[in-house]
Design a binder for this molecule. Structure first.
Ligand code: AMP
Length: 295
């Protein structure tokens, strides 16, 4: 990780632990606010979102909250890495103004009765493997947006389906916020940074390099004019030679998330979900089918 703690600037960030404190913080700050929602265990991927938010807003608030509503497996929730001290240190090094780190009881004083649904966008791809995940994600993101009231909110392209669904929520509910998408940040070997990578063994981490290689193989196949099914096959072929267990590989529309037809001309989103042991890793890339170069 880059040394982000070196240039400590001040007593910032302010740590906000509950709903009244973030409401008060926001009410006292009339200028533009950029908001970066996270589940903590921050890495350079998150840092890139924060840097973009810093560049585009007068103030930046980062939330650190492991949202129980978006975990369908209790064991996954329990094992999710938590390290608020180092998250705050990283935020301090980046000049973040406030870290909102509420407890579960602060955001959910009772089991929520009224929640959001991502509809059909939430039951496909990742949502098919993780029932309720995107509904829980939307519910917490909408709560966090209501509390932080940002001008801009930052999401990574690493979680492509999440980004599509959040954009749809903002459109469908007329939320007054600009959704900004940030490209996926990768390690030197191409593996996308993820808080879950901390749980990989050395052998699993090595095996994970098949994921970016599969994305590259698919992009090269698309560039040579291959059909959607052959592009998908190119990615699958690369993954199946590794020790990873393939959960899902699909080529879908980047907006509707519907599978693209075999003779599709235009951009398509290649999504990959694999298991390295018990750990599920996801990644994606936009490819251009029918001799269309991706933007
Ligand atoms: P998480 O803490 O995993 O919920 O992620 C918080 C935000 O950081 C989400 O918008 C993610 O898409 C984004 N993010 C996570 N990993 C990366 C990455 N490697 N590159 C870019 N954005 C990322």
């Amino acid at each position: 990780m880059r040394d982000r703690v070196a240039d400590v600037q001040s007593e910032q960030p302010i740590i906000l632990r509950d709903v009244p404190s973030i409401r008060a913080w926001r009410a006292e700050r009339p200028g533009s606010v950029g908001f970066v929602p996270t589940m903590g265990a921050l890495h350079d991927g998150h840092a890139t979102l924060i840097e973009q938010a810093k560049a585009e807003n007068e103030r930046v608030v980062v939330s650190v909250f492991v949202n129980p509503l978006q975990f369908d497996q209790a064991s996954d929730l329990d094992r999710y890495p938590r390290d608020l001290d180092s998250d705050v240190a990283l935020c301090r090094g980046l000049g973040v103004d406030a870290v909102f780190a509420p407890g579960v009881g602060d955001l959910y004083p009772h089991e929520p009765v009224v929640t959001l649904s991502a509809g059909s966008l939430g039951t496909t791809l990742e949502g098919a493997s993780r029932p309720g995940h995107f509904d829980g994600m939307l519910t917490v993101v909408s709560k966090l947006l209501n509390l932080a009231q940002p001008d801009r909110v930052y999401f990574g392209r690493k979680d492509a389906q999440q980004l599509v669904i959040v954009r749809m929520m903002v459109e469908d509910l007329n939320l007054p916020v600009d959704v900004r998408a940030v490209p996926t940040v990768r390690d030197v070997d191409g593996v996308a940074l993820s808080s879950r990578n901390r749980r990989l063994t050395a052998a699993q981490r090595e095996a994970a390099t098949a994921i970016p290689l599969a994305l590259d193989a698919a992009s090269a196949s698309a560039a040579s004019g291959a059909s959607a099914s052959n592009v998908r096959a190119a990615a699958l072929a690369r993954l199946t030679t590794s020790s990873l267990v393939v959960d899902d590989v699909e080529l879908v529309s980047p907006t509707s998330l519907e599978p693209v037809p075999d003779d599709h001309v235009g951009e398509a989103l290649l999504v990959i979900a694999v298991f390295a042991g018990e750990i599920r890793l996801i990644d994606n890339a936009v490819v251009g089918l029918g001799a269309v170069r991706p933007a």
